[in-house]
Design a protein around this ligand. Sequence first.
Ligand code: SF4
Length: 277
Amino acid sequence: MPRPPALSPSRAGDFQQCPLMFRYRTVDRLPERPSPAATLGTLVHAVLERLYDLPARERTVDSAHARLEPQWREMVAKQPDLAELHADEAAEQAWLADGRQRLATYFELENPQRLEPAAREEFIELQLEDGPLLRGIIDRIDIAPDGSIRIVDYKTGKTPDPRYGAKKERFQMRFYALVIERIRQRRPALLQLLFLKDGGRLEIRPTGDDIAQVEHEIREIWNEITAAASAGRFRTRKSALCGWCSFQDRCPEFGGVEPPLDPDAVERAFGVRPVTA
Ligand code: SF4
């Protein structure tokens, strides 16, 4: 059975950053080399998720640190190309030290001995009426004795510069709030982002207007995506972030050649067939 067209906060962010990059990730599904920063995020998330398997009194910073390197070896065993991530052992050890720093910062922000999450790494899905299937994975959901819901997301990077309003992060958390409100028939009381590089915290108490606004934004982004898909044209959007893009060799902005679009892949991804392909 074909999968319905779906949208996650990160894919929506990709499209807003650069439609061509979005195309390469979502339609062409081109492979990308894992980056040290993204892989550190995956590793620290895995350690924090498993930390809550332990009895409360054993959730200490030492036990989190002790789990970091074994968790890393487990990841490399499952995905052997990760072994190429570091130039040498010294670089790998420096990277693992960064991971230990992120975990230590986590313990400055929260006391996991006093928390019993209702869900960890929770996969969520919601079919938006006349829109895409919304999808995401929530790092942690806490439910208080009175039933109030808190959504928690860990970021291994630093707190975004307030001059730019943390737009991407706010969009992601309000996206989750919309999905959880519809699934559980209760609006989350608090959305909380923890930035483990510098110990920053961003909290949002979503209102009905926030939920309505994010639904409107999601529909607008989806309309732009399906318009691009129908036209068979995903434009470039050059920015400072191009430096981190894996697809410069196929990007016309950098002298690369854009390969033709596969109309079947477009239809599978968005439920529309490009007219010009
Ligand atoms: S290099 Fe920049 S413009 Fe080109 S695809 Fe990547 S993000 Fe888009």
